[in-house]
Design a protein around this ligand. Structure first.
Ligand SMILES: NC(=O)c1ccc[n+]([C@@H]2O[C@H](COP(=O)([O-])OP(=O)(O)OC[C@H]3O[C@@H](n4cnc5c(N)ncnc54)[C@H](OP(=O)(O)O)[C@@H]3O)[C@@H](O)[C@H]2O)c1
Length: 258
């Protein structure tokens, strides 16, 4: 199936825009004539990103939000779409572990699923009906190369990203029939707060801006899957193809994400 042609997005909503890849994407899209709706939990970091985007000429509306708050997300996205119909929604916010200050009793795996899976559903479910009514729009789901194989470094993280990848792949042809594009983004290692604490080697690490440039180019082409860097992509596809009995023991030697 041919992906719907993507025109330059003018009204863009990004979750997790206060830091890392989301902030880099916001800055790359920021320009005269562009409206950016930027979400995140940390108001100071969100304001700093918004200020840079405004300097570049974009109209910016920020919203301090937690993607796990379904009702608040629906309100925010409805308001954003009413301000200027959304062309592109990037469901980027994600976590790899329990946030600092979280009570120890909150199981990390459930928190990861709540943010990475429910949070993405809370983002795209309110965005889709108006896009479908208009017969145009584009959705980007931030998965990961970790979506292709469960790894002992972060079992819940891998599973949450595998869910997004699979959900996006299933949804894509159905949305394409209605002229809505959907891309699943699968980055390798990117140097952000999320990876700062990793104690294991992170080959071919990119800066957030390098990752954002690749993502923006892939979205402009309406690519179904934006997976990079390609050597790591090949490696994880190979690991996924090998018999579990053979590869499990080798992967078990990798250091864990705490
Ligand atoms: N870094 C990598 O190597 C890598 C690789 C593959 C995929 N990814 C994915 O890329 C996305 C961005 O990650 P990153 O590396 O840029 O990490 P990051 O620098 O830690 O940024 C994460 C962003 O998500 C937001 N966020 C986290 N929990 C949230 C919540 N409950 N509600 C609303 N916003 C929330 C954060 O907002 P606040 O800071 O304001 O709370 C922040 O803006 C994630 O989905 C991640 O899984 C990252």
């Amino acid at each position: 199936m041919v992906a719907p042609r993507q025109s330059t997005p003018r009204s863009i909503l990004i979750t997790g825009a206060s830091n890392g890849i989301g902030a880099a994407l916001a800055k790359r899209y920021a320009a005269m004539g562009i409206t950016l709706h930027l979400g995140g939990r940390d108001p100071a970091r969100l304001a700093a990103v918004a200020a840079v985007c405004r300097e570049q000429g974009a109209d910016v509306v920020t919203c301090q939000q937690d993607v796990t708050d379904r009702a608040a997300m629906a309100d925010w996205i409805a308001q954003a779409d009413a301000t200027r119909p959304l062309d592109l929604v990037i469901a980027n916010a994600g976590t790899a572990g329990g946030p600092l200050g979280e009570p120890a009793a909150v199981p990390t795996a459930r928190r990861i699923f709540a943010v990475n899976v429910d949070g993405v559903l809370n983002t795209i479910e309110p965005a889709l009906p108006p896009m479908l009514a208009r017969g145009r729009g584009q959705i980007a789901l931030m998965a990961s190369l970790a979506a292709f194989r469960g790894l002992p470094t972060g079992p819940a993280y891998c599973a949450s990203k595998a869910a997004l990848r699979s959900y996006g792949e299933g949804l894509r042809p159905r949305l394409a029939e209605r002229n809505i594009g959907l891309s699943v983004i699968c980055p390798g290692f990117v140097r952000t707060a999320m990876t700062a604490g990793n104690r294991f080697p992170m080959p071919l690490t990119l800066t957030p801006d390098q990752a954002a440039r690749i993502i923006q180019a892939g979205l402009a082409k309406g690519r179904s899957r934006i997976a990079f860097p390609w050597p790591l992509y090949l490696l994880i596809r190979l690991a996924a193809a090998l018999p579990p009995a053979w590869i499990d023991g080798r992967l078990a030697r990798l250091p864990r994400k705490e």
